[in-house]
Design a protein around this ligand. Structure first.
Ligand code: NDP
Length: 292
């Protein structure tokens, strides 16, 4: 099947940039956003077309990137896509929802792929996101040409829900790195160690991580905590990972505790807090600030 039209639903921190890459590969790119002025602005800036939801779901490939699976389910219930189309859901969603949507949409001859992304807003802007895909492999073979414009890597990980599962586990691992590095830094601060120098050593040693390289100095030591990925969304991802473990009786004490810590941080901080702000809870407990 040749893809002639694509649509993107949800022009948030991620979707805005992801959709901006699509006109590189397609001339018919429809964008829809709940706050519709964003879609109109997107159309002006990137040569996309601001479309109604009804027009968007008539495209051959429809992307969604919304906060949770609930919003995706609501939209699909409201405006069912056309037969023969492929729905590529880039939300960090729930595996069970992916399985349900894939089954329900298959009955309408629509393929549903759970295709969450990793790489943060900077990766979305550069078009270098990692896309982890669950669902019908044949549908992915067709849709990958539409995913490619914003992807650095596309990996098929298994049946429906597998993409969401991998994403949830990835994000809770990221949270472990963030939280544990913050604990280590509180410990070093109490020893009057220069935190910038300590981070430089860690980044050239075995304790390094994506967080230690790309997040900690920029967001925590700077005390800037710029909002690009909301803490409540990370807490949601961690809950997805621990719910999966509960369903399968998988024992994972460190990840369970991390999920609880993120939930506490998310509940105690303002709604519009970056995920890196989770360490503020630890700063409070230690009566310290990780500034350097
Ligand atoms: P944002 O909060 O920035 O954007 C959310 C988008 O969803 C907006 O377009 C918003 O519309 C729309 N929306 C919210 N509620 C509804 C609703 N009820 N009906 C219709 N549209 C709705 O989120 P992000 O872009 O940060 O995240 C989107 C997804 O991507 C999440 O699942 C997140 O976990 C994941 N993700 C985020 C990353 C990041 O770095 N930010 C990285 C990787 C994955 P409106 O403009 O009207 O508010």
């Amino acid at each position: 099947m040749a893809i002639e039209s694509v649509a993107f639903i949800g022009l948030g921190a991620m979707g805005w940039h992801m959709a901006a890459h699509l006109p590189k590969a397609f001339s018919d790119v429809r964008v829809w956003n709940r706050t519709f002025s964003k879609a109109e602005q997107h159309a002006q800036l990137f040569s996309t077309t601001a479309a109604s939801l009804q027009q968007a779901v008539q495209a051959d490939v429809i992307f969604s990137c919304l906060p949770t699976s609930q919003q995706v389910e609501d939209i699909i219930a409201q405006v069912p896509p056309k037969a023969g189309s492929i729905w590529v859901d880039c939300t960090s969603g729930e595996p069970q929802s992916a399985q349900k949507l894939a089954k329900n949409l298959k009955a309408r001859q629509v393929a549903y792929l759970d295709a969450p992304v990793s790489g943060q807003t900077i990766g979305a802007e550069k078009g270098t996101l990692t896309v982890m895909v669950g669902g019908d492999a044949e549908a992915l073979a067709i849709a990958s040409v539409a995913i490619q414009p914003f992807a650095g890597m596309i990996e098929y990980v298994g049946q429906s829900g597998a993409g969401f599962a991998v994403k949830a586990v990835n994000n809770i691992l990221m949270a472990v790195n963030l939280w544990s590095l913050a604990e280590g830094m509180c410990n070093l601060k109490a020893q009057a160690v220069d935190l910038n120098a300590a981070l430089k050593c860690i980044n050239a040693s075995s304790g390094q991580s994506g967080i230690s390289h790309n997040i900690f100095a920029q967001r925590v030591l700077s005390q800037e905590f710029p909002l690009t990925f909301a803490l409540n969304l990370l807490a949601k991802d961690a809950k997805i990972a621990t719910d999966l473990a509960s369903d399968s009786n998988t024992v994972m004490p460190v990840l369970q505790l991390t999920q609880q810590l993120l939930r506490s941080a998310s509940n105690s901080l303002p709604q519009a807090s970056d995920f890196s702000s989770a360490v503020k809870l630890l700063e409070q407990w230690n009566h310290t600030q990780l500034d350097a």
